[in-house]
Design a protein around this ligand. Structure first.
Ligand code: GAL
Length: 633
């Protein structure tokens, strides 16, 4: 498979006379895919009962005739004003009970039945009209579920659906009271009807009440997406895609992905560094023009699994964005670097957002591949360069990595609900492990928490995994490689309680968590063999084997050689040291990479990336500034 490039285009933003030239310019720049239509609802249906699809018919024809493959979208992320007037209570309600307003996008509540009908209706219309259109080669459903904090809604529709969901799950109110342990604080209910959403309580709501609400909310996204999938499948054989986001974990992406054919995500390295990275200021300054070298790779690996091997970058940052606290210009060559990092991770398509910068509305300060006047912006030259370089390859094939890390959405919710220390974030924990693996030069696979088969892996990591699923436990039984878990792994039942025999309930690990503590910033507990624990520390007793100890005498690493448990939140020094040893025991060779250099191995190549404006030398390889280098394996 030879990866392709594309861009996001909004024919409704430009005069019809410009479409042909734009399409021709895209082709000449080496782009072969174009995504359209995801926010075009008000132009397709200006008011109830009025339809105008002619312009879109024409736009698709012009783009297709020029040789572009079109990704058509369902426009349901931006319901027009008349839809909101028709269903005023479709608006999402935040946890303070405030309704979100019309005037931007993603303003709908996933549980609203009227909006579900409306979105199914418009989906059916576009599906019928374009499902067999020869120029349309893929479909995007909606746009960035969950973005702008839109998964959880505390609306009346959400509340009534949640009560129903609970009664289906627990059958009787006695069961629910028992599972939720509602004897605590006299929280017992007499009927499902009495149960509210877990917001606006005086102090914390019961954590299982919250966790069930998170599970329910995630399922609402899955159901909303599935309604569109079912309609689309009646009318098209083309692959169905959703464009997920970076570090958005409010719904189970694996579940949504199971209904789709390809996963994609929207990669904004500089926006994400400024907007959602928790790295320190020095790091942010150092990487302000590249983004965090591991953040994109982490999501590439995650979405490769969400898409069962098939994934794209639907939106790639091409220049400064408009939405982060600071919006610097990418380093020269960074757009090329990001594109290659995606390709080396198996992206089938890298599509840039957007073709031309819009001189109006909310995103007028967001760069495109072209400036608003139609001249090329720096990103376009780099995209064309990637396209020429791709000609050297007869395909870029992925291989199973030797190392895998489990990423579980439910654990994200559990530790958000009950962080115990304000900086305990499951995402960050997994990400720190991932970063340490990448710094050792390893390629990594990300696995779901219900992975049935670990064959082929030599090291599997499961930090912070709240509960081990039965399938995973079975897979671990026959797994001959090294399992590294902890902290907080196997520490809760599915009802969000402490297991009867105390954690860790991790297959193959013998020991008992006698107590846990969270640590304030800068507090650390030194590990005798090197490195330290920060943020979180557990006191383990009754361990069958203590491998490493802390300076204060508590166990740091316990277990037998291939079933290890880390008793705290290790810093990078501790993690890389422990992972390096595990690699050594499994005959996996490692490197010691500077933080600006990363590698990725595919079937036939090793790709090197230099996230720095300086030339960097690593072993025998000399990497030019912002350089990408590949060598045959
Ligand atoms: C994405 C979104 C696009 C555009 C872009 C700007 O989150 O899907 O429509 O808003 O961000 O960076």
């Amino acid at each position: 498979m030879i990866p392709k490039l594309g861009s996001c285009y909004y024919p409704e933003h430009w005069s019809e006379t410009q479409w042909e030239k734009d399409a021709k310019d895209m082709i000449e720049s080496g782009l072969t895919w174009v995504r359209i239509g995801e926010f075009a609802w008000s132009r397709l249906e200006p008011e109830e009962g009025a339809q105008n699809f002619k312009w879109l018919d024409q736009a698709i024809k012009v783009l297709g005739n020029a040789g572009l493959n079109v990704v058509m979208s369902t426009p349901t992320a931006a319901p027009p004003r008349w839809v909101v007037d028709k269903w005023p209570d479709m608006l999402l309600v935040d946890s303070d009970g405030r309704s979100r307003k019309f005037g931007s996008r993603r303003h709908y509540c996933f549980s609203h039945q009227g909006y579900l009908q409306e979105s199914s209706r418009i989906t059916r219309l576009v599906a019928k009209r374009y499902g067999k259109n020869p120029y349309i080669k893929a479909w995007q459903l909606d746009n960035e579920y969950g973005c702008h904090n839109t998964t959880l809604s505390f609306s009346a529709s959400s509340e009534s659906s949640f009560k129903l969901w609970l009664s289906n799950k627990y059958k009787t109110i006695e069961n629910l009271n028992e599972s939720w342990s509602n004897v605590f604080w006299s929280m017992e209910y007499n009927s499902f009807e009495q149960i509210d959403l877990p917001n606006l309580t005086v102090t914390d709501a019961n954590p299982i009440h919250e966790l069930d609400f998170r599970r329910f909310s995630s399922e609402q996204v899955v159901k909303f997406n599935r309604a569109q999938v079912l309609i689309m499948r009646e009318h098209t054989k083309m692959p169905l895609i959703h464009n997920y986001m970076g570090k958005i974990t409010d719904f189970d992406h694996y579940e949504v992905g199971n209904d789709l054919d390809i996963a994609s995500w929207d990669s904004y390295p500089l926006g994400f560094l400024e907007d959602r990275s928790t790295q320190n200021e020095d790091f942010k300054l150092k990487f302000m023009r590249f983004g965090d070298p591991d953040f994109q790779a982490f999501h590439h690996d995650l979405y490769r699994t969400v898409g069962c091997g098939r994934w794209w970058v639907m939106e790639q940052q091409p220049g400064p964005v408009n939405w982060a606290p600071y919006n610097p210009e990418p380093a020269r060559g960074a757009v090329r670097l990001w594109s290659w990092e995606a390709i080396a991770h198996g992206a089938e398509v890298v599509s840039y957002f957007r073709w031309r910068q819009a001189p109006f509305a909310q995103e007028q300060m967001h760069a495109g591949l072209q400036r608003p006047d139609g001249e090329s912006a720096p990103g376009l030259t780099q995209a064309s360069q990637v396209n020429s370089e791709l000609k050297e390859f007869d395909g870029i094939q992925q291989v199973q990595s030797k190392v895998a890390i489990i990423f579980d959405y439910e654990s994200c919710w559990a530790w958000e609900i009950q962080p115990q220390g304000k900086d305990f974030s499951y995402f960050e924990l997994v990400y720190e492990y991932y970063k340490a693996l990448r710094s050792l030069g390893l390629s990594v696979d990300i696995l779901p928490p219900n992975q049935k088969d670990l064959t082929g892996y030599k090291i599997v990591l499961a930090p912070g995994l709240m509960h081990f699923d039965t399938d995973l436990k079975v897979a671990i039984e026959s797994f001959e490689g090294v399992l590294i878990s902890g902290p907080r792994s196997g520490s809760k039942t599915l009802d969000m309680a402490i297991p009867k025999d105390l954690p860790p309930e991790v297959p193959g690990v013998v020991g008992t968590v006698a107590s846990v503590e969270s640590l304030r910033p800068n507090a650390s507990i030194l590990i005798k063999a090197g490195g330290s624990f920060n943020r979180w520390m557990e006191t383990l007793v009754d361990c069958d084997n203590v491998i490493e100890e802390c300076e204060d005498g508590r166990p740091a690493l316990i277990g037998q050689t291939n079933r290890l448990y880390l008793t705290g939140w290790g810093n990078q020094e501790a993690l890389t040291r422990i992972f390096r040893d595990a690699c050594l025991s499994q005959n996996i060779s490692t490197m010691d990479l500077p933080d600006c250099v990363r590698v990725r191995e595919t079937h036939k190549h090793r790709f090197w990336f230099n996230y720095s404006e300086k030339e960097t030398n690593v072993s025998s390889v000399s990497l030019p500034p912002s350089g990408v280098f590949w060598e045959p394996l």
